[in-house]
Ligand binder design. Structure first.
Ligand code: DX5
Ligand code: ZN
Length: 215
């Protein structure tokens, strides 16, 4: 059983102050920093690319958990690794050859995650379930923060746990997570928690982050 890790999403941060925001998240107890990269094709929103990862890199020692919501994301793996990404998560829906994309990330010595959207069944993970370091179960439609968590997605966490059986596999949950619904995700077997709005809207980031670790 893995330790529960909290990876605050900087999509909810002040983009004009990202370095400072990232440094504050580390002080508040963030285990990782979740960096939502959006290309305007796979999702109807655009955020930032490798240069932004490079810019925030010096502001934290914590691993940068880069969520690539990008068509054919494998093309950009070298650039994000060069910029300082530690974990790179691609979507099963965007990759021409998912196993090859995972192998490319491993080939440069980084941790590989694979994400599935709410409408994508866990079967889509089969080609890589034995080799990925992390599965990301989206509990909202990717593209925007501040949405409500979709309860129907939680069962997919348990399905992945059942299909995999690998103790060391991390299962990340992402989208609409707060201090209450996180308990249902943890009980289903999630161990890596992404939250954006919940943390950035809280009076105390540290209290909000700590609350996400409590089953
Ligand atoms: C959505 C992103 C999520 C989102 C989480 O496409 O992948 O990481 O930023 O933000 P909240 O926690 O506000 O839903
Ligand atoms: Zn994300």
């Amino acid at each position: 059983m893995n330790d529960i890790l909290v990876s605050p999403s900087i999509l909810a941060a002040d983009f004009a102050l990202l370095g400072r925001e990232v440094a504050d998240l580390e002080i508040a107890g963030a285990d990782w920093i979740h960096v939502d990269v959006m290309d305007g094709h796979f999702v109807p929103n655009i955020t930032f690319g490798p240069q932004m990862v490079k810019a925030i890199r010096p502001y934290t020692e914590q691993p940068l958990d880069v969520h690539l919501m990008v068509e054919d994301a494998v093309r950009f793996v070298p650039a994000f690794v060069e910029a300082g990404a530690d974990i790179l998560t691609v979507h099963a829906e965007t990759e021409k050859d998912l196993a090859q994309s995972v192998a490319t990330i491993h080939g440069v010595g980084k941790k590989a995650g694979v994400a599935i959207c709410p409408q994508t069944p866990v079967l889509a993970l089969l080609p890589v379930l034995e080799v990925v370091d992390m599965v990301l179960i989206m509990t909202v439609q990717p593209g925007f923060g501040g949405q409500k968590m979709r309860e129907d997605c939680l069962e997919k966490i348990a399905q992945v746990r059942q299909m995999s059986g690998r103790e060391e596999l991390r299962v990340q949950v992402d989208g609409g997570i707060d201090g209450m619904n996180v308990k249902r995700a943890l009980r289903k077997g999630a161990d890596t928690i992404v939250a954006g709005s919940y943390i950035f809207q809280a009076k105390s980031k540290a209290t909000a982050i700590a609350s996400l670790r409590r089953i």
